[in-house]
Design a protein around this ligand. Structure first.
Ligand code: AMP
Length: 213
């Protein structure tokens, strides 16, 4: 099963992709996570990406395409994968098409107001990436993750100003991919405004339909 999670930042792509990947033992490939790790490790890729990410802009296509091509060539991707945060531009989608056919694209549809609320209240564990939310799923008072003990922090790009810019970038560069995949007959639109469990059940229905065929 080769699946893409498409949608604006904060629509729940990471949360849903991680559950599905764990359940079916296929890798979740999050370009955002790979880039954040590179920034943290101060690699050449991280130095290229840091300022762009902090501003909520997109890392250049050639950098991302090379990164994803290399990741998809690894042996754990042979049985399939879930792409989370890639592709984000038409050039990225076209390059992926040349590499491999995608079975399904899940488009998570969420209202802007909900997105801004979710992202500005989101917190992340620096160790294992577990997501918390100060309003709905608060982190422990110690400020340490209850899974791995890592430091819990707010991403630089989750400030309201940067979130608004990320949304502008999304509507300009990434939203056109919805019709791109619709035209190819692989798009599944899911209402992501609902509780996580309901969204998860709808995604599982799509996944099961494809993994059985
Ligand atoms: P995310 O965690 O998916 O919200 O990504 C965080 C940031 O990483 C984005 O705001 C971009 O700066 C960068 N990024 C992640 N994926 C991509 C991509 N496919 N193309 C360009 N930039 C990306």
């Amino acid at each position: 099963m080769r699946m893409i999670f498409l949608g604006a930042p904060g629509t729940g792509k990471g949360t849903q992709a991680s559950v599905l990947a764990g359940k079916y033992s296929i890798p979740q490939i999050s370009t955002g996570d790979i880039l954040r790790k590179a920034v943290q490790d101060d690699t050449e890729l991280g130095r290229k990406a840091k300022a762009v990410m902090e501003a909520g802009e997109l890392v250049p296509d050639d950098v991302i395409i090379n990164l994803v091509n290399e990741r998809l060539s690894q042996s754990d991707c042979r049985r399939g994968y879930i792409l989370d945060g890639f592709p984000r531009t038409l050039a990225q989608a076209e390059s992926l098409d040349q590499l491999q056919a995608i079975d399904a694209v899940i488009y998570l549809d969420v209202d802007n107001r909900v997105i801004i609320d979710r992202l500005t209240t989101r917190r992340v564990c620096r160790g294992c990436g577990k997501l918390y939310n100060v309003a709905t799923d608060p982190p422990p008072a110690s400020g340490r993750c209850d899974v791995c003990g890592g430091e819990i922090y707010q991403r630089d790009d989750d400030s309201e100003e940067t979130v608004r810019n990320r949304l502008d970038v999304y509507y300009e560069k990434t939203a056109p991919l919805k019709s791109y995949y619709q035209d190819r007959g692989v798009l599944h639109i899911i209402d992501g405004n609902r509780p996580i469990e309901e969204v998860r059940a709808d995604i599982a229905t799509v996944f099961n339909r494809f993994s059985r065929s």
